[in-house]
Design a protein around this ligand. Sequence first.
Ligand SMILES: O=C(O)CCC(=O)C(=O)O
Length: 277
Amino acid sequence: MRMTESQLAQYRRDGYLIFPSLFSAAEIGVLRAETARLSAIEAETVIRERTGGVRSIFRVHEADGATRSAAFRALVRTPRVLGPTRQALGTEDVYIYHTKINTKPAIEGTVWMWHQDYGSWQRDGCARPDMGTFAVMMNDSTEMNGALYVVPGSHKRGRIEPYYDENTSYKFWAVAKRDMIEVLRSSPPPVPIVGPAGTCVVFHCNLLHASGHNLSAEDRWHLYISFNACANAPKFTAQSRPDWVVSRNTAPLPIEADDAILNSGTEPELIRAPSPI
Ligand SMILES: O=C(O)CCC(=O)C(=O)O
């Protein structure tokens, strides 16, 4: 799948592009079954909320490791993901920087402060912002359940030097309040990425984004597939963050079959089970 010229122009103008209902209910059923299975694993790639629920599951796209998954490995290689991502990054040679499922559990899943992903990735040693993320909503995404918000066009401001936020919710490199207020007052209103399960969005690594608390009764399952241009891979040192955040597998990712999720051998989720209390 390729973005049309007008979609590509929109991506370049706004820094993101939404693909409504890109994955079918059957495919989402497979991915949800896998997310439920992976949530039960104890491993360093499964990060928990302070209150105990699963917050993030990293490294679901490789063939090895505790959180490997044939279905997610198939998903990241589909033309629907890799086609637009290659166009967004402006090269056919892209690799996966990391994958993570942010499960944002019901009631306890909380805020991600305004940030640019390149705020962290430049610190990892990636010289240029030739990077982006393709996100897949694995349930209906609503403002109530902590949708992702983006500031249209904010990628054009370039990288804004972040600060390390240790106090709000998750410890990471966020944009300072003063800078963010200036951006919000001088930008179009932030847009929530809402839509039915299967909706996807591709966004630039300098696009300002954030999300709020999950006030709903159901976990909010989003997959984030972050990509880098192969030519922009960082040099690895003893100080580099672990492989599951900054992948050492920098080989170009091949496009494979578009129907591979359904043929991955995973039984789809049949009944939408309520989250355990
Ligand atoms: O899961 C979310 O709502 C936002 C996550 C995010 O922005 C990130 O991981 O960089």
